[in-house]
Design a protein around this ligand. Structure first.
Ligand code: SF4
Length: 420
């Protein structure tokens, strides 16, 4: 994205506490940690940081439960203590998200923090320009602009526009073109905007000021920034830190699982519903093959997602060359309690845990098949549909014809889950 190479200086502590995701806030948070002797130990378990951890939990819960994003109202950032709580709550929440290694959670959290920022920025005329210049390479404010009139009630439109905060923002064409496809609504289509000298003017509307439009565009860039940073820093979380954050990670994952109706439908999947990758790993372990770590973690996490008893999952590993019941039980318990999301097809392929080649399994060949849980869901739906058809067409209980028919029908009948 064409973001600025040099960011404007922001030193006001209240602003940095309000927008802790800003690149300019990193050194401020580091200095706060030094001045107040807040180290990792203190952040994770110290009494002084308890309030920050509580606020972090609220940030994370809001990320999952609220469409409006993280609540705007936080601590009192006009006091030093309030700023510390706000800054470290963001920092702690971020660590939890990194430790989850869950790209869906990262995306959700980034969206929620960016939505919160948009709400504040819409009213924050003091800082809007600096923050815009942090994330948008070409942005300028025109206090004197008079909007061209676009409707028949020109006089009233002019009056309304002039009654806004007086600012009309112009954004570089490259930035506009990159950001706007992610936003729905005709006002964000280039053809409906005025372009001059390589800039798009964000005119005031009756219900939508130029500044609010800029804040909306900034939301996309802020989300992208938070997401990118999370994906890069996620790799730095070592096993020890991941274990120490297992409890809040589990809390967030459980919350996400409870939101996902698919999770409920998956409970009760029969063995014949299992995808080839899962069946193959079980078969390899049974045959004494040393399945790699990624495959083992996948098997434990998908077993948990299917609500298989933990003892059954431990049983899958009994043939492994390095099997030790106590160690495996401990590791499986950890995965079950952490509610890890099973890896998707692309990661399984990358780690050599997907056994199918094109043509081996027609369900795996379908273009939207990108997750083993979708495989299970698709199989369940197909079975349910077949059972229904059997009741309607074959009241005499005669058997259903062969697998070939069934597989073909899967493609035709399954309602595509989450393709968009
Ligand atoms: S394509 Fe996906 S669901 Fe099918 S076996 Fe490979 S990883 Fe499993």
């Amino acid at each position: 994205m064409p973001t600025p190479k040099v960011t404007p200086s922001i030193e006001d502590a209240v602003t940095l506490a309000r927008y802790p995701f800003l690149p300019q806030a990193s050194s401020w948070i580091q200095n706060l940690a030094l001045d107040h002797e807040i180290d990792l130990e203190e952040l994770l378990e110290g009494q002084w940081m308890e309030k920050a951890r509580q606020r972090a939990r609220i940030r994370l819960i809001d990320s999952i439960e609220s469409k409006e994003g993280v609540a705007v109202v936080g601590g009192d950032i006009f006091t030093e203590e309030g700023r510390i709580i706000e800054a470290f709550s963001f920092y702690y929440a971020r660590l939890v998200v990194f430790a989850s290694e869950d790209e869906r959670l990262i995306s959700r959290w980034a969206q929620a923090e960016a939505t919160r920022a948009e709400q504040i920025l819409t009213r924050d005329s003091e800082n809007l320009a600096k923050i815009a210049k942090t994330f948008i390479s070409q942005i300028e404010k025109d206090e004197q602009s008079v909007a061209p009139l676009q409707s028949s009630n020109q006089a009233s439109v002019r009056k309304i526009r002039q009654s806004q905060d007086g600012s009309i923002w112009k954004i570089g064409l490259a930035d506009f073109i990159e950001i706007c496809p992610k936003i729905t609504g005709s006002r964000w289509r280039l053809a409906n905007n005025q372009v001059s000298a390589g800039k798009v003017t964000l005119f005031n509307e009756q219900q939508y000021s130029s500044s609010a439009k800029l804040a909306r565009l900034l939301r996309e860039r802020i989300k992208q920034h938070i997401e990118q940073e999370a994906l890069e820093k996620m790799k730095n979380i070592d096993m020890e830190l991941a274990m120490r954050l297992a409890e809040p990670v589990g809390m967030v994952r459980n919350l996400m699982a409870s939101k996902a109706s698919e999770a409920i439908a998956l409970v009760g999947a029969e063995e014949s519903d299992w995808p080839p990758c899962m069946r193959n790993i079980i078969a390899e372990l049974t045959n004494g093959v040393n399945v790699n770590h990624f495959g083992r973690l996948f098997l434990a996490s998908i077993s948990a997602a299917l609500a298989l008893p933990a003892e059954s999952c431990v049983g899958f590993f009994k043939g492994a060359p390095d099997f030790k019941e106590s160690t495996t039980s401990y590791q499986v318990k950890h995965v079950y309690e952490g509610s890890y999301t099973p890896a998707g097809c692309s990661k399984l392929k990358l780690n050599h845990n997907c056994p199918v080649l094109p043509g081996d399994d027609r369900l795996c060949d379908i273009s939207w098949m990108d997750h083993p849980l979708k495989y299970i869901r698709a199989t369940q739906r197909w079975k349910a549909k077949n059972r229904q058809a059997e009741v309607e067409v074959r009241p005499d209980d005669s058997p259903i014809d062969g697998e070939q028919t069934n597989q073909t029908e899967v493609q035709d009948s399954v309602v595509k889950p989450a393709e968009s």
